[in-house]
Each structure stands twice: as C-alpha cells, then as structure tokens.
Design a protein. Structure first.
Length: 411
C-alpha cells in the first residue's frame, strides 16, 4: 500500500468501542488547524465523513470545534442576542419556550451533532403529548402512556404553539450558524403543520354606528372610537400619550405600546417598525378626544381633592401623561380593558373580541375602495400580505355582484 500523503487522514479501529475512527487536519472555527476525529460503524462511513470534512475545508468553511450542549447554547443565546435585540414581550415568550419545552426536551443534545430526525421526532412527540397529566411517552405505540390506558383527556398543544417552539429553535440554531458553531441549521430541514388563521368577525356599517352610539355613554368612548375608526391595537391605545397628539392640527403619532413585562406595566416600542406611524384624526375621533380631555381634567381635580391622612404624600396622577387611564390616573391593565368591553358588547348582542374592532376598521376601509397600501399604512402592518390575507375577505353580496357582472359580459 502506498504511503498516505500529509493531511490525507487516517482510519483505524477504536480500541474500546470497536468503531472505526477517522482523523484529519482541518481549520476549525477558532481559527486553529487541528486534527478532528470522526466515528462510524464501517470504514466507508468514516471515509465519507473525512472526505466531507476535507471538502468543506478546501472551500474555506471552518469545522466547528465546540461540544456545547443545546441547553448551554440556548442560555447563551437568550442572554447575548435575544435580550439585546428583541422587544421585551418577545424575550418573555422566547424564554418561556426555552424553559418549558426546548431545554427539557433537547437540552442534553450537543448542537454540533444534533440531527434533523431527532428534532422531527421530538416535535411530533410534543405535538401529541398530553399536557394535562404528563404521564410520559409510550415509544412502542408512539403516544402518551395515559392514552394507551384510556385515561387521557387529550389536551394537547395547539398547532400555533408547536410552530412557535419550532420557530424559536430555528432562530437559535440560525444564530449558531452565523457564529460558525455549527455548519447547518437542522431545524430548517424540519417541517411543522401550518396553523390555520381564522378571519376575525367584523361589524357592518350599521352595527358600527350602533356601537359608537352606545359607547358614547362610556368614559372610554374616545378609546372605542380610535379602535373602530383608526384601527389601533389594544397596547397602542393604552400606551397613547397626550404629547403624541396634536389636537390643533388634528394628528397623532403611534410610537409606544403598553404591555405587561416582567410583572409590571411598561411602555415599549410598537409591534414592528411599520407600527410607528403618524395618522390624521377624523372629525369624529377629534371631537371624542377633546371631550375625553375635559373629562380627564375633571377626574384629576376630583382625585386631587380627596381627603388624605396627615403627612401622607399625594401620589402623582397620570405621571406618564397617558390619554387613557383609570379614575385614579394609573395605566389601564390590558386584561381589564377587555373585561370592560364585555358589558358593552353584551348590551348590543355582539360576539366579538376587542381586537375585532381593529379588524372592522381594516375591512370597512377596503370595502370603501381604499387602496391596500394606504390601509396597510393606517393599520401599521409589516407587510401588505398581512392586510390582504388576514383581513380582506369579500362579503357574499360583493361576490354576487362580481360574478353577476362577469356573467352579464359573457352572456
């Protein structure tokens, strides 16, 4: 046998495991040229791995030299990437997925040797696992043990949650690829079922008028007018400040959102960069805001005039300058706003979420023939596809008119 060339690599038997072991010199992600070891059940398997390593090395692709486990990497990724570049609510969601799902399920795996088949099998298990009793997994029957025993209530994760788990893992591993810790992102090779997004219920013009007439008696009438006429999100409404509104010019700037982060209400940036937008105020909304400002002044005077214990310091009323507050001048909890919406919709006999007021605004604008790109700017959507896919749905009457018009032309 001819002598191997320098750097060609060698294949031997591991003395303890009996596996074939191959070694070759390659450049690693740390910038050092070192000898890397690969293993396989046959000599051909090892030879293929050595050829692949050397091919990558010749293309200038460094070989990862880390043995970091996924648990260690996810902790590092959350601290150095996610917390620095993501919104607080997003950080909170990522941390929850990592803590509850990814670390218990895949945390012991090494990111360098993680395989797509392992990710796919684990996600299928997560999607089928009973969330109420957690009795464990029957690998033979590929279902939770409580299901095999006929004792399960079949409370499983939604498709949307499974998609979120997959998305967090995919984003984390993509960052590992950018940092040259791994060669490829195996989570991108795994497909998960796409959840079906239902179209929200919208109000007709007569229903919207009836809602505004009924809400005029409410102290938050201006908030309902903004949601219905201008399509602001719940957090954007509650985070709106007087300094962002010009009542003389009739315009407002959406530049903050009120969210509960880490147990406290905080003003954060809106959902996307397109959510930061300047909008003109229609006369209906402008009148409602002026009346609301007067009502708020009366509430402030009543609050300041309350008797207090001697020596007690008076709390600051609406220190953040919010447009919509409680009667005590504190920010409104988003969940409490939704609860205040329920009596109003009950009086009107409606079955709508508060967010459907925003949907109504977008739908009615499109029905009025407003160009989709203008509707997108008003709603603050990140992409016009969201405007058209999620919100734009023609009514039965519109479909009938369109088909009748085509039938008349062809007839």
């Amino acid at each position: 046998m001819a002598k191997r060339a320098n750097g060609e690599g060698s294949i031997t038997r591991h003395p303890k495991s009996g596996l074939f072991m191959g070694r070759a010199y390659v450049t690693t992600t740390s910038g050092i040229r070192k000898r890397v070891t690969v293993y396989g059940k046959t000599r051909d398997d090892v030879r293929e791995k050595i050829v692949e390593l050397q091919a990558q090395d010749s293309k200038g692709i460094p070989t990862p030299d880390t043995n970091m486990r996924l648990e260690e990497y996810l902790t590092y990724w959350l601290a150095t990437v996610v917390r620095l570049h993501r919104r607080p609510k997003t950080v909170q969601g990522y941390e929850s997925v990592v803590r509850v799902h990814l670390i218990p399920g895949l945390g012991k795996k090494k990111i360098r040797t993680l395989r797509a088949a392992e990710v796919r099998t684990w996600l299928q298990r997560v999607a089928a696992e009973c969330q109420c009793c957690k009795h464990g997994w029957d690998s033979a029957r590929q279902e939770p043990k409580c299901c095999a025993a006929g004792e399960c209530c079949r409370t499983v994760l939604s498709r949307r949650m499974v998609q979120s788990i997959h998305a967090v893992l995919r984003n984390a591993l993509q960052n590992a690829v950018r940092e040259e810790l791994i060669v490829r992102n195996v989570a991108q090779l795994v497909q998960v079922p796409t959840p079906a997004y239902g179209i929200g219920k919208g109000l007709t013009v007569p229903q919207a008028r009836l809602l505004l007439a009924e809400a005029e008696k409410d102290r938050l009438y201006a908030l309902y007018a903004l949601a219905l006429v201008m399509g602001l999100r719940c957090g954007e409404l509650l985070g709106l400040r007087w300094e962002s509104i010009d009542l003389d010019r009739g315009a407002l700037m959406v530049e903050a959102s009120l969210q509960r982060v880490g147990g406290a209400l905080a003003l954060v940036l809106p959902k996307t960069e397109h959510s930061i937008r300047s909008l003109p105020l229609p006369p209906l909304v402008l009148r409602a805001l002026k009346a609301h400002q007067q009502r708020q002044d009366v509430e402030r005077e009543a609050f300041d005039g309350r008797p207090r214990e001697e020596g007690a310091e008076a709390p600051a009323w609406n220190s953040r300058g919010l447009v919509f507050t409680t009667r005590e001048g504190t920010p409104i909890e988003p969940d409490n706003l939704r609860r205040s919406w329920y009596p109003l919709r009950r009086r009107l006999g409606l079955d709508l979420r508060f967010h459907d007021l925003r949907h109504t605004c977008v739908t009615l604008l499109l029905d009025e023939g407003v160009p989709p790109h203008i509707v997108r700017q008003i709603a603050g959507h990140s992409d016009i596809g969201v405007t058209m896919k999620v919100y734009a749905h023609a009514s039965l009457d519109e479909q009938r008119r369109a088909l009748n018009a085509l039938g008349e032309r062809l007839g």
